[in-house]
Design a protein around this ligand. Structure first.
Ligand SMILES: Nc1ncnc2c1ncn2[C@@H]1O[C@H](COP(=O)(O)OP(=O)(O)O)[C@@H](O)[C@H]1O
Ligand SMILES: [Mg+2]
Length: 252
C-alpha cells in the first residue's frame, strides 16, 4: 500500500505521517516514509531520525537530472527495473524501529532553481516501487496541489488528505477530491486540530463526510513538540484511533 499524505501548508501532513508511521510500525509493518516536500525540514525531527542524503543525488544531483530530462524532452526514465525497499542504496535512507526515511531533496540556496528534478525522480520512484503485504509507503507531500500536476500521485494507491480548521483547507478538500477522482485514486480525510467548537463546521464542509476516517484533536503535546523541535510520540488516545484505522484502511 502506497499512500500520499497531502493538504495545505501547516495542516499537519508531517505530523500525521509521523504518527501513522509509528502506529503501523507498532503493528509490525515495515514503513517507508518518503519526504517529498522540498521546502520543509522538520519531518526527520518529528520522527526522531537523522535525515538521509537527498535521493536526487543518487542520479547525479539536480543539475544532472535536469539535463537528462531536457535532453530527452522529459521522457527520461530513471528506473529500468522494479525497485523494492531493499534496493534503496545505503546513505539514501535512515532507519529506526522498522521505519525507513528517504527524502527527495531540499531547496538549500537562493537562485538554485525549481524542484522539478526532485519531483520527477521521486515520482518515478514511487510509481516503480514494489511493496510486499507487510510494507507500507507513506509519502509526505509538498503543500497544495502541485504534486498532482507533476503526476507524483499517479504512483500511489490512496490519497489521504489532512484537513485543518481553516477556510482554505476546507475549500481545498473539493479541489483535491476532484484531482484524485481524475486519476482514479480513492481519497480519505483526516481532520486535524479539531476542537468541540470547530468539528461540526469541518465535518459539514466536506462533501463526502463518510470519507472522514479519523480525527485528531488540537493537542498540547503535539504543539509543544512542534515548538521545541522534539520527536513526536503517540499518546494513548491517538494510538488507539490510528491503530483501528490502520487495520481497516491501510492493509495491502
Ligand atoms: N493535532 C495537532 N495539535 C496541535 N498542534 C498540531 C497538531 N498537528 C500539527 N500541529 C502543529 O502544527 C504545525 C504544522 O504541522 P506540520 O505537521 O508540520 O504541518 P505540514 O507538514 O502540513 O506543513 C506544527 O507546529 C505542529 O506541531
Ligand atoms: Mg511538513
Amino acid at each position: 500500500m502506497k499512500i500520499a499524505i497531502c493538504g495545505k501548508g501547516g495542516c499537519g501532513k508531517s505530523t500525521i505521517t509521523t504518527l501513522l508511521a509509528k502506529t503501523l510500525a507498532g503493528k509490525n509493518k515495515e514503513v517507508l516514509i518518503i519526504d517529498s516536500d522540498e521546502s520543509n525540514y522538520g519531518l526527520h525531527v518529528q520522527l526522531g531520525m537523522e535525515s538521509p542524503k537527498g535521493f536526487t543525488g543518487y542520479f547525479g544531483g539536480k543539475e544532472k537530472v535536469m539535463t537528462d530530462m531536457l535532453l530527452s524532452q522529459f521522457s527520461h526514465q530513471f528506473f529500468h527495473q522494479a525497485w523494492t525497499v531493499a534496493d534503496i542504496p545505503a546513505g539514501y535512507y535512515t532507519e529506526k524501529n522498522k521505519i525507513k526515511l528517504m527524502v527527495s531533496g531540499k531547496i538549500n540556496q537562493a537562485n538554485e532553481g525549481c524542484s522539478c528534478a526532485m519531483g520527477t525522480v521521486i515520482g518515478q520512484f514511487i510509481a516503480n516501487l514494489q511493496l510486499n503485504k507487510d510494507q507500507v509507503a507513506l509519502m509526505d507531500m509538498e503543500a497544495g496541489v502541485e504534486h498532482f500536476g507533476r503526476s507524483i500521485d499517479n504512483g500511489v494507491d490512496m490519497i489521504l488528505m489532512v484537513v485543518d480548521p481553516s477556510h482554505e483547507s476546507l475549500k481545498l478538500t473539493k479541489k483535491i477530491a476532484g484531482l484524485a477522482a481524475s486519476i482514479d485514486k480513492p481519497i480519505y480525510y483526516i481532520l486535524n486540530k479539531t476542537t468541540d467548537g470547530n468539528k461540526k463546521v469541518m465535518c459539514e464542509s466536506i462533501e463526502k463526510s463518510e470519507k472522514i476516517i479519523a480525527e485528531i484533536g488540537l493537542d498540547q503535546e503535539i504543539m509543544e513538540a512542534g515548538l521545541t523541535g522534539k520527536e513526536l510520540f503517540l499518546s494513548e488516545t491517538i494510538a488507539t484511533d490510528l491503530r483501528r484505522l490502520s487495520s481497516r484502511y491501510f492493509q495491502s
